[in-house]
Design a protein around this ligand. Structure first.
Ligand SMILES: [Zn+2]
Length: 266
Protein backbone atom coordinates (compact mmCIF):
# COMPACT_ATOMS: atom_id res chain seq x y z
CA UNK A 1 0.00 0.00 0.00
CA UNK A 2 2.69 2.48 0.94
CA UNK A 3 5.74 0.32 0.64
CA UNK A 4 8.56 2.76 0.35
CA UNK A 5 8.17 6.38 1.09
CA UNK A 6 5.75 6.57 3.95
CA UNK A 7 4.38 4.48 6.77
CA UNK A 8 0.73 3.57 6.69
CA UNK A 9 -0.02 6.04 9.43
CA UNK A 10 1.93 9.25 9.53
CA UNK A 11 1.11 11.17 12.65
CA UNK A 12 2.16 14.76 12.46
CA UNK A 13 4.21 15.61 9.43
CA UNK A 14 4.81 19.30 9.29
CA UNK A 15 4.57 21.00 5.98
CA UNK A 16 6.07 24.29 5.02
CA UNK A 17 5.03 26.80 2.46
CA UNK A 18 7.18 29.42 0.76
CA UNK A 19 6.89 32.58 2.78
CA UNK A 20 5.49 34.68 -0.03
CA UNK A 21 2.82 32.07 -0.59
CA UNK A 22 2.16 31.19 3.06
CA UNK A 23 -1.43 32.41 2.73
CA UNK A 24 -1.74 29.79 -0.01
CA UNK A 25 -3.95 27.74 2.27
CA UNK A 26 -6.55 30.38 1.43
CA UNK A 27 -5.28 31.40 -2.00
CA UNK A 28 -7.31 31.33 -5.18
CA UNK A 29 -6.35 28.84 -7.87
CA UNK A 30 -4.70 25.46 -7.62
CA UNK A 31 -1.60 25.03 -5.47
CA UNK A 32 0.95 22.35 -6.33
CA UNK A 33 2.45 20.43 -3.43
CA UNK A 34 5.38 18.00 -3.42
CA UNK A 35 5.83 14.32 -4.27
CA UNK A 36 7.26 11.31 -2.44
CA UNK A 37 10.20 11.67 -0.05
CA UNK A 38 11.39 8.20 0.92
CA UNK A 39 12.36 7.20 -2.59
CA UNK A 40 14.13 10.54 -3.06
CA UNK A 41 16.22 9.93 0.05
CA UNK A 42 17.01 6.40 -1.12
CA UNK A 43 18.18 7.84 -4.43
CA UNK A 44 20.61 9.97 -2.38
CA UNK A 45 22.02 6.97 -0.55
CA UNK A 46 19.68 6.26 2.36
CA UNK A 47 20.40 2.57 3.06
CA UNK A 48 17.41 0.20 3.12
CA UNK A 49 16.18 -0.30 6.68
CA UNK A 50 17.58 3.00 7.94
CA UNK A 51 15.01 5.30 9.52
CA UNK A 52 14.82 8.25 7.05
CA UNK A 53 14.00 10.73 9.82
CA UNK A 54 17.37 10.20 11.53
CA UNK A 55 19.00 11.65 8.41
CA UNK A 56 17.74 15.09 9.54
CA UNK A 57 20.54 14.96 12.13
CA UNK A 58 23.17 12.89 10.32
CA UNK A 59 22.75 14.05 6.67
CA UNK A 60 20.87 17.40 6.70
CA UNK A 61 22.46 18.54 3.42
CA UNK A 62 21.23 15.49 1.54
CA UNK A 63 17.75 15.80 3.07
CA UNK A 64 17.61 19.47 2.05
CA UNK A 65 18.18 18.47 -1.58
CA UNK A 66 14.70 16.90 -1.61
CA UNK A 67 12.55 19.97 -0.83
CA UNK A 68 14.86 22.04 -3.05
CA UNK A 69 14.29 19.64 -5.96
CA UNK A 70 10.53 19.85 -5.45
CA UNK A 71 10.51 23.64 -5.19
CA UNK A 72 12.62 23.80 -8.36
CA UNK A 73 10.10 21.51 -10.07
CA UNK A 74 7.20 23.78 -9.15
CA UNK A 75 6.03 22.75 -5.66
CA UNK A 76 4.73 25.65 -3.59
CA UNK A 77 4.26 23.46 -0.53
CA UNK A 78 6.70 20.80 0.65
CA UNK A 79 6.50 18.44 3.58
CA UNK A 80 9.20 17.78 6.14
CA UNK A 81 11.21 14.60 6.59
CA UNK A 82 9.33 13.74 9.77
CA UNK A 83 7.04 10.96 8.51
CA UNK A 84 8.08 8.59 11.32
CA UNK A 85 9.26 11.17 13.82
CA UNK A 86 7.03 10.13 16.68
CA UNK A 87 7.98 8.25 19.83
CA UNK A 88 6.33 4.97 18.77
CA UNK A 89 7.90 4.72 15.32
CA UNK A 90 11.34 5.91 16.43
CA UNK A 91 11.36 3.33 19.25
CA UNK A 92 11.76 0.66 16.56
CA UNK A 93 15.05 2.33 15.64
CA UNK A 94 16.16 2.97 19.22
CA UNK A 95 16.24 6.77 18.88
CA UNK A 96 13.35 7.89 21.08
CA UNK A 97 15.53 10.39 22.95
CA UNK A 98 15.97 12.32 19.69
CA UNK A 99 12.27 12.81 18.88
CA UNK A 100 12.32 16.56 19.41
CA UNK A 101 15.72 17.10 17.75
CA UNK A 102 14.70 15.09 14.67
CA UNK A 103 11.44 17.04 14.31
CA UNK A 104 13.11 20.42 14.83
CA UNK A 105 15.83 19.60 12.31
CA UNK A 106 13.26 18.35 9.80
CA UNK A 107 11.29 21.57 10.00
CA UNK A 108 14.43 23.74 9.78
CA UNK A 109 15.64 21.83 6.70
CA UNK A 110 12.39 22.29 4.77
CA UNK A 111 12.04 25.90 5.90
CA UNK A 112 15.47 26.67 4.46
CA UNK A 113 14.08 25.51 1.10
CA UNK A 114 10.76 27.28 1.55
CA UNK A 115 9.37 29.58 4.23
CA UNK A 116 6.09 29.58 6.15
CA UNK A 117 4.64 26.77 8.18
CA UNK A 118 1.54 24.65 8.58
CA UNK A 119 0.88 21.15 9.86
CA UNK A 120 -0.37 18.19 7.87
CA UNK A 121 -1.86 15.03 9.30
CA UNK A 122 -1.72 12.56 6.45
CA UNK A 123 -1.93 8.90 5.43
CA UNK A 124 -4.53 8.32 8.14
CA UNK A 125 -6.71 5.19 8.10
CA UNK A 126 -8.53 5.68 11.40
CA UNK A 127 -10.83 8.67 11.71
CA UNK A 128 -10.55 8.82 15.51
CA UNK A 129 -6.76 8.97 15.31
CA UNK A 130 -7.02 11.65 12.64
CA UNK A 131 -9.39 13.76 14.75
CA UNK A 132 -7.15 13.48 17.81
CA UNK A 133 -4.16 14.55 15.71
CA UNK A 134 -6.07 17.49 14.19
CA UNK A 135 -7.15 18.78 17.60
CA UNK A 136 -3.55 18.53 18.86
CA UNK A 137 -2.22 20.21 15.71
CA UNK A 138 -4.76 23.04 15.95
CA UNK A 139 -3.53 23.80 19.46
CA UNK A 140 -0.29 25.09 17.89
CA UNK A 141 -2.20 27.89 16.16
CA UNK A 142 -0.83 26.81 12.77
CA UNK A 143 -3.08 25.97 9.79
CA UNK A 144 -3.85 22.24 9.68
CA UNK A 145 -4.34 19.93 6.70
CA UNK A 146 -5.95 16.53 7.39
CA UNK A 147 -5.83 13.65 4.89
CA UNK A 148 -7.14 10.10 4.95
CA UNK A 149 -6.15 7.13 2.75
CA UNK A 150 -9.05 5.81 0.68
CA UNK A 151 -8.02 2.42 -0.67
CA UNK A 152 -10.57 -0.09 0.61
CA UNK A 153 -14.03 -1.45 -0.13
CA UNK A 154 -15.43 -2.75 -3.42
CA UNK A 155 -15.12 0.71 -5.00
CA UNK A 156 -11.89 1.70 -3.22
CA UNK A 157 -13.75 4.66 -1.76
CA UNK A 158 -13.39 3.90 1.93
CA UNK A 159 -10.56 3.95 4.41
CA UNK A 160 -9.26 0.65 5.75
CA UNK A 161 -11.59 1.21 8.72
CA UNK A 162 -14.61 1.72 6.43
CA UNK A 163 -14.94 5.52 6.61
CA UNK A 164 -16.46 7.25 3.58
CA UNK A 165 -15.21 10.56 2.13
CA UNK A 166 -18.37 12.27 3.38
CA UNK A 167 -17.96 11.05 6.96
CA UNK A 168 -14.27 11.93 6.92
CA UNK A 169 -14.88 15.44 5.57
CA UNK A 170 -17.55 16.24 8.12
CA UNK A 171 -15.61 14.86 11.09
CA UNK A 172 -12.31 16.50 10.13
CA UNK A 173 -14.01 19.83 9.50
CA UNK A 174 -15.72 19.58 12.91
CA UNK A 175 -12.32 18.81 14.47
CA UNK A 176 -11.03 22.08 13.03
CA UNK A 177 -9.03 21.08 9.94
CA UNK A 178 -8.45 24.02 7.58
CA UNK A 179 -7.89 21.81 4.53
CA UNK A 180 -9.30 18.32 4.03
CA UNK A 181 -7.94 15.71 1.72
CA UNK A 182 -6.84 12.28 0.65
CA UNK A 183 -3.43 10.81 -0.07
CA UNK A 184 -1.69 7.55 -0.90
CA UNK A 185 -3.37 4.16 -1.35
CA UNK A 186 -4.21 4.33 -5.05
CA UNK A 187 -3.50 6.01 -8.35
CA UNK A 188 -4.80 9.39 -9.43
CA UNK A 189 -7.74 8.13 -11.51
CA UNK A 190 -9.29 6.65 -8.35
CA UNK A 191 -9.15 10.01 -6.61
CA UNK A 192 -11.38 11.88 -9.06
CA UNK A 193 -14.63 10.61 -7.54
CA UNK A 194 -13.27 10.83 -4.00
CA UNK A 195 -12.24 14.44 -4.59
CA UNK A 196 -15.71 15.32 -5.89
CA UNK A 197 -17.34 13.71 -2.85
CA UNK A 198 -15.01 15.54 -0.43
CA UNK A 199 -15.71 18.84 -2.18
CA UNK A 200 -19.47 18.25 -1.92
CA UNK A 201 -19.24 17.36 1.78
CA UNK A 202 -17.21 20.33 3.06
CA UNK A 203 -16.64 24.03 2.46
CA UNK A 204 -12.95 23.59 3.26
CA UNK A 205 -10.47 23.44 0.37
CA UNK A 206 -9.61 19.90 -0.73
CA UNK A 207 -6.11 18.43 -1.05
CA UNK A 208 -5.28 15.35 -3.16
CA UNK A 209 -1.94 13.49 -3.33
CA UNK A 210 -2.31 10.22 -5.22
CA UNK A 211 0.28 7.52 -5.78
CA UNK A 212 1.89 6.92 -9.16
CA UNK A 213 -0.50 4.02 -9.71
CA UNK A 214 -0.45 0.73 -7.84
CA UNK A 215 3.05 -0.73 -7.50
CA UNK A 216 4.13 -4.18 -8.56
CA UNK A 217 7.11 -5.90 -6.97
CA UNK A 218 9.99 -6.45 -9.38
CA UNK A 219 13.03 -8.12 -7.80
CA UNK A 220 11.79 -7.01 -4.38
CA UNK A 221 11.45 -3.39 -5.45
CA UNK A 222 8.19 -1.49 -5.83
CA UNK A 223 7.75 -0.34 -9.41
CA UNK A 224 5.05 2.20 -10.25
CA UNK A 225 3.40 2.03 -13.65
CA UNK A 226 2.19 5.62 -14.05
CA UNK A 227 4.52 8.00 -15.87
CA UNK A 228 4.85 11.70 -15.00
CA UNK A 229 3.00 12.61 -18.23
CA UNK A 230 0.12 10.22 -17.48
CA UNK A 231 -0.08 11.49 -13.90
CA UNK A 232 -0.17 15.10 -15.03
CA UNK A 233 -2.82 14.55 -17.66
CA UNK A 234 -5.03 12.59 -15.22
CA UNK A 235 -4.62 15.38 -12.66
CA UNK A 236 -6.77 17.65 -14.83
CA UNK A 237 -9.88 15.64 -13.88
CA UNK A 238 -9.00 15.94 -10.17
CA UNK A 239 -8.67 19.71 -10.51
CA UNK A 240 -11.97 19.83 -12.42
CA UNK A 241 -13.52 17.85 -9.54
CA UNK A 242 -12.57 20.74 -7.27
CA UNK A 243 -9.12 20.00 -5.79
CA UNK A 244 -7.37 23.15 -4.62
CA UNK A 245 -4.10 21.46 -3.63
CA UNK A 246 -2.58 18.72 -5.73
CA UNK A 247 0.66 16.78 -5.53
CA UNK A 248 1.94 13.21 -5.43
CA UNK A 249 2.46 10.46 -2.89
CA UNK A 250 4.28 7.12 -3.25
CA UNK A 251 6.14 6.62 -6.51
CA UNK A 252 6.09 10.26 -7.54
CA UNK A 253 9.23 12.36 -8.07
CA UNK A 254 10.19 15.94 -8.95
CA UNK A 255 9.57 14.91 -12.59
CA UNK A 256 5.91 14.29 -11.72
CA UNK A 257 5.66 17.71 -10.08
CA UNK A 258 7.31 19.38 -13.07
CA UNK A 259 4.79 17.69 -15.40
CA UNK A 260 1.95 18.67 -13.05
CA UNK A 261 3.09 22.30 -12.99
CA UNK A 262 3.22 22.36 -16.79
CA UNK A 263 -0.27 20.81 -17.01
CA UNK A 264 -2.15 22.97 -14.53
CA UNK A 265 0.21 25.81 -13.67
CA UNK A 266 0.76 26.96 -10.12
ZN1 LIG B 1 1.99 7.27 -0.25
Amino acid sequence: MSPLSQPLITLLSSLTARSETAPCLRAAGVVITDGAWGTQLQARGLPPGTCPDTWNLSHPDLVEQVPRAYVEAGSRIVLTNTFRANRLALADHGVTDSVEAINRAGVEISRRATGGRALVVETMADLDEARIAVVAAKATGLPVVACMVFDSGADQDRTMMGTTPEDAARALEAAGADVIGANCGQGIEGYVGICRRLVNATDRPVWIKANAGVPTLVDGEAVYATSPAQFASASRAVVDAGARFIGGCCGTTPEFIRALAREIGS
